[in-house]
Design a protein around this ligand. Structure first.
Ligand SMILES: *[C@@H]1O[C@H](CO)[C@@H](O)[C@H](O)[C@H]1NC(C)=O
Ligand SMILES: *[C@@H]1O[C@H](CO)[C@@H](O)[C@H](O)[C@H]1NC(C)=O
Ligand SMILES: *[C@@H]1O[C@H](CO)[C@@H](O)[C@H](O)[C@H]1NC(C)=O
Ligand SMILES: *[C@@H]1O[C@H](CO)[C@@H](O)[C@H](O)[C@H]1NC(C)=O
Ligand SMILES: *[C@@H]1O[C@H](CO)[C@@H](O)[C@H](O)[C@H]1NC(C)=O
Ligand SMILES: *[C@@H]1O[C@H](CO)[C@@H](O)[C@H](O)[C@H]1NC(C)=O
Ligand SMILES: *[C@@H]1O[C@H](CO)[C@@H](O)[C@H](O)[C@H]1NC(C)=O
Ligand SMILES: *[C@@H]1O[C@H](CO)[C@@H](O)[C@H](O)[C@H]1NC(C)=O
Ligand SMILES: *[C@@H]1O[C@H](CO)[C@@H](O)[C@H](O)[C@H]1NC(C)=O
Ligand SMILES: *[C@@H]1O[C@H](CO)[C@@H](O)[C@H](O)[C@H]1NC(C)=O
Ligand SMILES: *[C@@H]1O[C@H](CO)[C@@H](O)[C@H](O)[C@H]1NC(C)=O
Length: 776
């Protein structure tokens, strides 16, 4: 087989995160990392119920994008097992089953547990750590930070007061370099903190300022903060002993509780205040604290920026990596929607008290900014972007997490987990490879030859398979090799096919006799099996109405006792993920042809009524003929004076009955004029038939409901035991004869046992018969 394959490099617009997100991955996770060592015993029940209340909060929030839940218990030395689920009940169950035990010495394996959680969470997630001890695996902090950067996730540590004396700052590092917090809480503070935690769970949080002050500060040093109009909520938090937060708005007014400032949390070592709907402009913060402290300002805003690093000038975001290459020249590409002018692009070194370095900037097209090049120091840093937006307000943003330059890493690969191809169409599979150094990509699968391509930096690689067949179904692997290693990621490819209709999708016009039965067939095929629906003149038909029945999984639409008014278009539609196909049946119902015009005038008069026929001929010879015979010469009983009366040129007939049917003629010397007279009468059964019949299996039975009547009566058949009409498609071996006046059943079987009725009907009346069929 020779498949046409082509490779294209595509850029996807990447929002809010440097990690490429495919639609199926756009949701975030909520993770609980739970210390289960013996010392937690006292607090376990309470912490568990707090974890549950966070969970409940997330579930009752309607617009939540948290869909994925993770639970990681840790002890000493065991961590795990990790539970990952989309079902919150599973996590509740795990929380209830926690076994508190072990952990003789104080420090526990907390960082390892955080790393395990970070590995499975989706980008932009929330991780809550519940512990009462410092970690003993601090050497892994950088691994955790690497993951925090990649996952852009928030780690919040709730540390209950413990007996262990420790100077370990690992959790603080994770919190301050990531975008989280460490709360050292007494038992009675826990619920206050959790209340705060709940309200701070917002995917639209943006970072406005983050500063570490390594010493106490008793006289406040004013700090400026630019607030743009997109910021709905300003939150300032200070972690430090006995801190105080003063906030002054752009018009110089000091904010207090009476003027829109809300204190969210006020503990000995954490203070958090909140200002709703802050007015845009330059705000000032006055912060004091009796110890080294961290100041952080966040806002709720849908306007954030996206950034990436590259060692040579990137064309677009797909060609960047989420962190810079250590010791090399790096560029930063920033994408910030709604920007009029970039003012500066800075890196803020976190090891000093907020020192920033401005980078050369180069506008790079719409909303894009290229900064650099720069050679990063080995310290963690934030990227700060400052500019003016389209409304003329200044805005400032800093990265959600800190960034640490890195040695070249093995490529980081993201692929769609699932891809669907349609037979005969094109299959597109994307593979995004993030790498700061050149790499080689390979795509392969069982039924697909391996191919390799070289790239100099991060890229989106798209595999396109043309003329897709079912053989392309399977696992496709995208692998990438660079000097630091090899990684791969797979895509599960499913092939589907467009539906077809076995009976052909050509439109059909059917001319059907009034009162008949007809089955329209429509068998939809395709993978996956199509869903079938029937429409009448474009609207779905209900599966059963007075003359429509849909059976056999929508494969058949039966129209029974077709009324004249049923000249409609019936459409059967087969739908699956690959497409839709339709077949139209245009039904034309033909009424009984009116009897041929054999006279100058046709008359239909009800039985027992009188008729007056006026001859229009002026010189009429006063002779009326019936069927060519002078009526005065007729000899049978209807010919007497009481029934016929000739008045001048007219003929009157009294109390009509069936015998009066005929052609009446009047004449003059050179002309004739005729009337065709039909007498209408209610149906009458022609033949008597016993109403109870005993028929043995495999025999044949005939139910005779032949009837006279004018206009010709319609016949309606039912079987009392069935809600459905009797048609060859609803009751096997049935057949109608003589315009449905006779029902014949061949090969009598048990299902035929029962009571049958026929109703013969015209506009003058109806008659009904009942037959009981005993099958033995
Ligand atoms: C793919 O399909 C097109 C259109 O049906 C056909 O012209 C072409 O030859 C096919 N290519 C291969 C490689 O089968
Ligand atoms: C991104 O850059 C690559 C390499 O030049 C290019 O092939 C691709 O079309 C670009 N994508 C967009 C959206 O500009
Ligand atoms: C979520 O939606 C339900 C019903 O639509 C409503 O009763 C409830 O108040 C909503 N909850 C929140 C937090 O908005
Ligand atoms: C990719 O680069 C390697 C090493 O430079 C080279 O051996 C190989 O031929 C290249 N492959 C392609 C497809 O260009
Ligand atoms: C690929 O997806 C199909 C359908 O969703 C599933 O049945 C199959 O088990 C998957 N294969 C693998 C290897 O995951
Ligand atoms: C059937 O009729 C519909 C509506 O008139 C039309 O759109 C469609 O193209 C026809 N299908 C075929 C196969 O002719
Ligand atoms: C009556 O019908 C006959 C035969 O069709 C025709 O020749 C004649 O002209 C008709 N008479 C009148 C008055 O219409
Ligand atoms: C019959 O015709 C004559 C003459 O045209 C008229 O006087 C008489 O009233 C008519 N008879 C009837 C019953 O109409
Ligand atoms: C028949 O005769 C009458 C008079 O005798 C005349 O008025 C009429 O036109 C004639 N009709 C035909 C069809 O010749
Ligand atoms: C009825 O007919 C079927 C097939 O025609 C036959 O197999 C069966 O034996 C017959 N049963 C009786 C009772 O005659
Ligand atoms: C067969 O039909 C008759 C008439 O409706 C009914 O009385 C009888 O109960 C039926 N027998 C069985 C076994 O259903």
């Amino acid at each position: 087989m020779n498949w046409l394959v082509s490779l294209t490099i595509v850029c996807l617009a990447v929002q809010c995160s440097t990690a490429v997100q495919y639609p199926e991955d756009v949701y975030s996770s909520l993770a609980f990392v739970f210390d289960t060592t013996g010392s937690m015993e006292n607090d376990y029940l309470q912490l568990k119920s707090h974890a549950e209340s966070i969970m409940n909060y997330v579930l009752t929030r309607n617009n939540t994008d948290i869909k994925h839940f993770v639970f990681v218990p840790f002890n000493d030395p065991d961590v795990g097992p990790v539970t990952e689920t989309f079902d919150p009940k599973v996590i509740m169950h795990k929380l209830n089953q926690v076994l508190i035990r072990g952990g003789g010495d104080c420090p526990e394996m907390g960082i390892t547990a955080v790393i395990r959680a970070l590995k499975v969470v989706k980008p932009n997630s929330y991780i809550y750590v519940f512990t009462d001890a410092p970690p003993k695996d601090s050497h892994l902090v950088y691994d955790a930070l690497e993951l925090i950067q990649r996952k852009q996730s928030q780690v919040v540590v709730l540390r209950t007061v413990h007996d262990c004396i420790s100077t370990d700052k690992s959790y603080e590092n994770i919190a301050s370099l990531g975008s989280g917090n460490v709360f050292d809480v007494n038992k009675e503070d826990v619920s206050k903190v959790l209340q705060f935690v709940k309200t701070s769970m917002d995917t639209n949080r943006v970072n406005l300022m983050s500063v570490n002050i390594p010493q106490k500060q008793l006289i406040p040093f004013p700090k400026k903060l630019n607030i743009d109009e997109s910021i709905k909520n300003l939150q300032v938090s200070v972690s430090g002993l006995n801190s105080n937060i003063g906030v002054v708005n752009p018009v110089g007014k000091k904010m207090d509780e009476a003027h829109g400032l809300i204190t969210d949390l006020d503990l000995k070592n954490v203070k958090i205040v909140n200002i709703l709907e802050p007015i845009p402009g330059e705000w000032t913060l006055y912060i004091t604290s009796e110890s080294a402290h961290t100041i952080r300002a966040c806002g709720i805003s849908t306007k954030n920026f996206d950034f990436g690093f590259a060692t040579s000038i990137p064309k677009n975001m797909t060609q960047t990596s989420h962190r810079p290459l250590k010791g090399a020249k790096n560029y930063i590409l920033v994408n910030c929607p709604d920007v009029k002018k970039f003012v500066s692009c800075k890196i803020q070194d976190l090891s000093s008290d907020g020192t920033t370095e401005a980078l050369p900037i180069l506008d790079f097209g719409k909303n894009l900014l290229l900064c650099g090049p720069f050679i990063p120091k080995n310290n963690p840093f934030y990227v700060q972007v400052f500019g003016m937006n389209n409304n003329g307000n200044y805005f400032r943003r800093i990265t959600k997490t800190s960034i640490i330059p890195n040695e070249p890493d093995a490529p980081y690969i993201t692929t769609t987990q699932k891809a669907v191809g349609v037979v005969g169409g094109e299959l597109h599979i994307n593979c995004h490879v993030e790498s700061l150094v050149p790499f080689t990509v390979t795509w392969e699968s069982l039924n697909y030859p391996q191919q390799a391509w070289n790239f100099s930096q991060s890229s989106e690689i798209e595999l396109v398979v043309r003329n897709v067949t079912f053989q392309h179904e399977g696992i496709f692997t995208c692998g990438a090799q660079n000097i630091a290693g090899y990684s791969e990621s797979t895509t599960n490819v499913t092939i589907i096919s467009k539906p077809t209709i076995a009976e052909g999708s050509d439109n059909v016009t059917l001319v059907l006799p009034e009162g008949g039965d007809y089955a329209l067939k429509c068998t939809g095929q395709g993978i996956p099996s199509p869903l079938m629906i029937w429409l009448m003149n474009g609207s779905p038909v209900s599966s059963y109405s007075d003359h429509i029945l849909v059976v056999n999984d929508f494969r058949r639409l039966i129209i029974f006792d077709i009324p004249l008014g049923d000249s409609n278009v019936y459409t059967c539609r087969a739908i699956n993920e690959a497409g839709t196909v339709e077949k139209n049946y245009k039904i034309v119902v033909k009424g009984e042809t009116p009897f041929p015009m054999i006279a100058n005038e046709s008359l239909i008069i009800n039985e027992l009524d009188d008729v007056l026929m006026n001859c229009p001929l002026t010189n009429m010879n006063h002779k009326w003929l019936k069927d060519g015979v002078n009526i005065n010469d007729l000899v049978y009983k209807r010919a007497d004076e009481q029934h016929f009366k000739q008045i001048n040129r007219s003929l009157k007939i009294y109390e009509l009955d069936e015998l009066d049917n005929g052609v009446y003629t009047c004449m003059s010397s050179n002309e004739t004029y005729t009337f065709h007279l039909r007498i209408a009468f209610a149906p009458l059964f022609i033949k008597y038939q016993p109403e109870t019949m005993m028929i043995s299996k495999n025999e044949t039975v005939v139910f005779d409901c032949r009837a006279r009547g004018f206009p010709k009566p319609r016949v309606y058949w039912r079987k009392l035991e069935s809600a459905f009409p009797i048609t060859p498609w609803t009751l096997k071996d049935t057949e109608y004869l003589e315009d449905k006046q006779v029902l014949k059943i061949h090969n009598i079987d048990w299902i035929h046992n029962g009571t049958y009725t026929c109703i013969v009907k015209n506009k003058l009346g109806s008659e009904k018969r009942r037959f009981e069929l005993y099958v033995f």
